[in-house]
Design a protein around this ligand. Sequence first.
Ligand code: PBG
Length: 334
Amino acid sequence: MTATGTFPATRMRRLRAATWRRRLVRESVVTTDDLVYPLFVVEGTNVRDPIAALPGNARLSIDQAVKTAQEAYDLGIPALALFPVVDAKLKDEHGKEAFNPNNLLCRAVSAVKKAVPDIGLICDVALDPYTVHGHDGIFDGDDVVNDATVEVLVKQALVLAEAGCDVVAPSDMMDGRIAAIRTALEARGLVNTMILSYAVKYASAFYGPFRDAVGSRSNLGPKGKHTYQMDAANTAEALREAAIDVAEGADMIMVKPGMPYLDVLAAVKNNINVPVLAYQVSGEYNMIVGAATAGAFDRTAAIHESLLAFKRAGAAAVFTYAAMDVARALRGQK
Ligand code: PBG
């Protein structure tokens, strides 16, 4: 138990009475080092197609993604998370385009790496952008099948890593995929390719705007993603998921969504010794920006406060659609 004094010897307000005092005793801080900016890539040139549900974000053709990557780098953002918006013609039941070494995402990765070599690139490993049904894996009967999906995910991870992706981030929630991907990367000599495991990913309503952005909402069916993504009610299970993936070789663990799951983030952080990241997902960003636009509160202040909450809960870094704005605000350039 913390020793504490009594009033008036102890006045808590003394510590808050001036800016310098608050700065001196501040326990958490948000810097640009904490930010990962998710970016959506489409075919074409000179395309910046605004995403209505993610104000300030757009689907970018590769040339524009390169431009934005340079801006992000200049602002001090350490890494980008790239997501492809795949042409409907290339989607099928099995997500075969995911392991085409010349697919949109692989081309985007090599272009960005060539132009901005020192920004980190993180890519999802999951089949949802590539399947007609929008699920993260392939079907056998009426459910996504685990082991056959893992085989495809390994191929997907390899083409991404070979294109220059620094961090493969399995977000599919299949069992055993971290070990399988690590083994395959080592066998190819890709020893420095990191794995960020979305070990703790909940079946969430908050992914809506993302699914619209990549066109994967389509028709998930009555079960949704509940047979592989986690039940929102569970914390003990999150600790098992994280521990298993660390044992299988994950370098970092993701907890997702973010704000509604800060208790889980703190629990995972306190239970494992690898960096834990969090994702302020599309629905969270949409809510904050929507409320700010409706006049409920100041957008910049609300986003900063939300990121501070992630840091307080133990996040090493946060994926956020506000990353560019936050980095600009931190530079004082608004
Ligand atoms: C796909 C994936 C999703 C998100 C990131 N990767 C959606 C899903 O699982 O359906 C959501 C991110 C967001 O909402 O911002 N595996």
